[in-house]
Design a protein around this ligand. Structure first.
Ligand code: G6P
Length: 767
């Protein structure tokens, strides 16, 4: 309140000074204008009369002078003629109100003659003009006295006195007007200031204080939105950071205590943090992935931060939050440059930085060849058995090599000065990176984790550059896949394509002095899908979607041909055909994030998905009910949470998938112990959840339709028992455990001591 009063006082004072200064200027100007007007009128009259009375004065005829003056009498002025000794000769008669001035002096009721103004004598003496304002008896008049010229000395003088009392009235009117203006403005300013202070200071501060109070009391609360970041941004960020750290530390301690009490040995963020500290003693962890964890894009003139729909990002972000370090990724958002520093770096998460992101910039050509071309039209279909023909263009391969070298440069730059760094390379975009890095930094411990399947050698061997890819990957000390069968396929490929010794007992590849371990590490999700889940109820969700359904199914995918979307929709159609009693009772909501849409195969798929949804809705839908609600857009994790939470079943029908984290996300959100997971047997997740998910072959439409029926008709006890077991499994086999096992394995690998002095850049290694 005191601040508001001070603010108001300052504003009012400023207003007072400004309006005061303006008023003084206005009054001065008005006075000058009126003064000029008086002078003009008085001089016209006096100078005109001078000529008219001069002969009569010269003749010494007061009567004649009075006759001339007779016509000029008016109540608001006095005109008089004086002789050479300043003695009054005659004055213009002042008519009584309503009567014309027809007579000279004496015609009006007799009034004592006013004293002779001093200007008369002065004008005569100076033989010129004397003029000015004069106040006598509380009356202000304007006096204009002009000498009547004679042959050697003046004959006398003509005096005009005009009433100037209205000058003060006019000045006072200006003051009055400006005082009113000041008061009105002060009132307006007061109201606006109070409102602004209330909305931008008092309210946010009160919300922030309440939030901090809730956190202090150990209750999780959502960070209030701070409207004016420029005003409160820095302090709000600091306070939020402090409070968040406090809350996190408290939650971590409570979680650890609870786990200890229950005798459970579950990996948590805190445990991974401690583990990382003990394994690589404060050294930062270096992660490289094509997809960055947060991209900034322009939307409607504003910069928006988006967490991309990517299994790699969902899995690695919690690990980086726990371990800290540097994540190198492609800066692909159109507002990425504006939101990073000149080296392409920024702290993440933005509100409470715990690791740093280094963005690498690619040209359109590089992106087209490396990302769209070789990675996603070559390696992606090569590794997924989905009968999509891979495309191998030499230009794409060249771009892929160049971009791998570019990322190697960035990584080496970031690692400068750090001894025996731990490097975790992600996925099929960077098959060449391990060898490039290892050649320059043999002291680094390098792992590459392949998030997609690895095909058998018959399939893999069709890639014209399969040897280079294998050699690039084998530069790593550790290669991770989701499943043992992917490891076996890789080892078999290395055995058949290269001159290398495969140790099938220890699952290693030995080339010269270098040993690469190849091991399965089934990836997973963090136990909490979002830290502060929304409170949306099922009824609210349905109302928002405009659906009225007894059963809700959900699918959450990038629109990708490996995900089996058309197959899923056909299975839904079959289900409704076979079980029409479920029509108008069940709605399936498909969230589809647009993906890689510059690639023709993805464009075709997007059109095919839309057409299939339409066809199914037409075939089995009714007037007021659509069986499938397709929502093609990027969905935020907060938006996805209610779908997972309230869906009676979730469908994951990938035709082939390394792991599929959607299955695990769905299960992890269901700590309410309800919901059914329909899961393709061709996913890595199916190996872990095979006992309790309903496994399907997505190519078998009838069998998938039967699984939908099983999901909606499953007895509640069985449903809950299955979900509880799956939930427990995912909770225990979470991404912290995955990272702990992988980093633990990597930390145990002996590496060459010392840093090799680079003889050239990564491009030379590839040459
Ligand atoms: C798969 C890959 C990831 C990739 C994600 C999204 O999960 O394994 O590396 O990030 O798809 O694809 P995108 O091309 O959008 O990064």
């Amino acid at each position: 309140m005191r601040v508001t009063v001070r603010l108001l006082a300052a504003l009012w004072l400023a207003e007072l000074l400004i309006i005061g200064a303006f008023t003084v200027a206005q009054v001065t100007e008005e006075r000058a204008r009126l003064h000029d007007d008086l002078e003009r009128r008085a001089s016209l009259l006096a100078e005109g009369l001078k000529e008219a009375v001069e002969p009569s004065v010269r003749r010494g005829s007061p009567a004649a002078v009075a006759r001339v003056l007779r016509k000029f009498g008016r109540p608001d002025r006095r005109i008089a003629v004086y002789d050479a000794f300043a003695g009054l000769i005659a004055t213009a008669p002042v008519p009584a109100a309503g009567r014309p001035a027809s007579t000279a002096q004496g015609a009006a009721p007799a009034r004592p003659a006013p004293p002779t103004p001093p200007e008369v004598a002065e004008a005569i003496t100076s033989e010129g003009v004397r003029k000015g304002l004069r106040t006598a008896d509380g009356q202000t008049t304007y006096v204009y006295a002009t000498a009547l010229p004679g042959s050697d000395r003046p004959l006398g003088a003509v005096v005009v006195e005009l009433d100037a009392s209205y000058l003060e009235a006019a000045e006072w009117a200006v003051w009055r007007y400006n005082i009113l203006r000041f008061l009105a403005l002060a009132l307006g300013l007061g109201v606006i200031t109070l409102l602004v202070v209330q909305l931008t200071v008092t309210k946010p501060m009160a919300e922030l204080a309440e939030w901090a109070k809730q956190l202090r009391a150990g209750r999780p609360a959502r960070v209030p939105a701070i409207g004016d970041a420029s005003l409160f941004g820095p302090i709000a960020t600091e306070v939020s950071g402090l409070a968040r750290n406090l809350y996190r530390a408290r939650a971590a301690a409570e979680q650890e205590a609870a786990l200890r009490l229950r005798g459970e040995a579950i990996w948590t963020e805190e445990r991974l943090k401690q583990f990382a500290q003990s394994q690589f003693g404060g050294q930062p962890l270096y992660v490289v992935s094509n997809r960055e964890p947060l991209s900034h894009v322009w939307r409607g003139g504003k910069v928006l931060a988006l967490m991309p729909a990517s299994g790699v990002v969902s899995a690695i972000d919690p690990v980086m939050r726990a371990c800290g370090g540097v994540w190198i990724g492609h800066g692909s958002g159109d507002a990425d440059r504006e939101t990073a520093d000149e080296h392409g770096r920024l702290g993440l998460p933005p509100e409470d930085p715990r690791y740093s992101l280094r963005r690498v910039w690619l040209t359109e050509q590089e992106e087209a060849g490396y990302y769209y071309g070789f990675a996603n039209e070559g390696l992606w279909p090569l590794c997924h058995v989905v009968h999509a023909r891979p495309l191998f263009r030499p230009t794409d391969w060249a771009a892929y090599r160049d971009v791998n070298a570019k990322f190697a440069e960035a990584l080496l730059e970031e690692m400068e000065g750090s001894e025996a760094p731990m490097v975790l390379i992600q996925d099929y975009h960077f098959a060449l990176l391990p060898a490039l890095v290892k050649a320059q930094r043999p002291d680094a411990r390098v792992a590459i984790f392949w998030h997609i399947p690895w095909a058998n050698f018959e399939a893999f061997g069709i890639c014209p550059w399969h040897e280079e890819i294998l050699l690039g990957m084998l530069g790593a000390d550790l290669i991770g896949f989701h499943t043992q069968s992917h490891c076996n396929n890789f080892l078999e490929s290395a055995e058949r394509a290269l001159e290398a010794r495969i140790d099938w007992e220890h699952f290693t590849v030995v080339r010269g002095r270098h040993v690469t371990a190849v091991k399965p590490f089934p990836i997973s999700v963090a136990p909490t899908f979002v830290e502060d889940p929304p409170t949306t109820s099922r009824a609210e969700l349905c109302a928002r979607l405009g659906v009225n359904a007894e059963f809700l199914g959900v699918g959450v995918e990038r629109v990708d041909y490996t995900k089996g979307l058309p197959e899923r929709f056909l299975a839904l159609q079959r289900f409704f055909e076979l079980h029409p009693e479920y029509r108008e009772r069940l709605v399936f909501v498909q969230l589809g994030a647009p993906s890689r849409s510059r690639i023709p195969r993805y464009q075709e798929l997007a059109a095919q998905v839309e057409a299939t949804v339409e066809a199914v809705n037409r075939a089995v839908g009714t007037r007021g009910w659509k069986p499938i609600l397709y929502l093609p857009a990027h969905h935020d994790r907060h938006d996805i949470w209610p779908f997972y939470r309230h869906a009676d079943f979730c469908m994951v029908t990938s035709l082939h998938d390394g792991m599929n984290l959607v299955a695990k996300e769905y299960v992890s959100v269901r700590d309410d112990g309800d919901g059914v997971l329909i899961l393709s047997r061709f996913t890595g997740a199916a190996r872990e959840l095979r006992d309790d998910a309903l496994l399907v072959n997505p190519y078998d439409v009838d069998a998938t339709a039967r699984a939908i029926l099983d999901a909606v008709e499953m007895p509640v006890e069985e449903r809950r028992a299955r979900m509880r077991r799956m939930h427990q499994h995912v909770r225990e086999h979470n991404v912290y455990r995955w990272a702990g096992l992988l980093l633990g394995e990597l930390a145990r690998i002996p590496v060459e001591p010392g840093v090799r002095r680079p003889v050239g850049g990564p491009a030379d290694v590839l040459a």
